[in-house]
Ligand binder design. Structure first.
Ligand SMILES: [Fe+2]
Ligand SMILES: [Fe+2]
Length: 209
């Protein structure tokens, strides 16, 4: 791994957190950053914003749950963004399962409070990366897709690489959701309610076209 990749967010503490992450998580984060950067370039978004979201999306994942919940709640209050607040509320409804996903809003809280990040698009992308929600903006969709389809994932193969290179963003977002739902179902894992709801409504929309 190139250490320079870890120090390219000047003026923040994300680089220091990345260094303290487990190697597995750090390499995943770098891989997500690479994919998000490429997708941003393809869809006309500043590539450095995708890279930032990718590097930072899991920075809280290995911290204690109490710290994650408290940063998520404080961050949502201070940021005042409706999508981030709604996400925290949804995760609070099923706290046990939400605990697996609260690291997204917690990372957004950390970036806002601890690093002074004010780019709402990046904050939303980081907060919403683990389960799909309606009204996600392009950078949020890109970060979700990059997180789910980065090449280090065990279930990712050539069809995913081709989708990443060719599909339009909404198609790609749907493709990633479908792939993840299929994989989690096969493994017997639970799927976030917001992902299922959104998937079902997009499926109906597609069928009526
Ligand atoms: Fe995550
Ligand atoms: Fe991740």
């Amino acid at each position: 791994m190139d250490y320079m990749d870890l120090i390219e967010i000047p003026g923040t503490q994300v680089d220091r957190l990345l260094v303290t992450m487990s190697p597995h998580r750090r390499e995943h984060s770098l891989s997500v950053a690479n994919v998000a950067e490429q997708l941003c370039a393809r869809f006309g978004i500043e590539a450095s914003r995708g890279r930032y979201a990718g590097l930072a999306h899991d920075v809280m994942k290995e911290r204690g749950l109490a710290e994650q919940w408290s940063l998520a709640r404080e961050g949502a209050r201070e940021i005042g963004d409706p999508l981030i607040s709604r996400t925290v509320r949804e995760f609070e409804l099923g706290e046990a399962f939400g605990g697996k996903m609260i690291h997204g809003p917690a990372a957004a809280g950390y970036l806002y409070i601890g690093c002074g990040l004010r780019d709402i698009g990046i904050l939303e992308a980081v907060a919403l990366h683990s389960s799909a929600f309606p009204d996600m903006k392009p950078l949020s969709k890109i970060t979700y897709v990059a997180d789910k389809l980065e090449p280090r994932r065990s279930y990712v193969g050539p069809a995913d690489a081709e989708a990443l290179a060719t599909l339009e963003l909404d198609e790609l977002f749907f493709f990633a959701m479908e792939h993840v739902i299929g994989y989690l179902t096969e493994k017997g894992y639970r799927i976030a309610q917001s992902t299922l709801d959104l998937y079902n409504s997009l499926k109906v929309e597609k069928a009526s076209k």
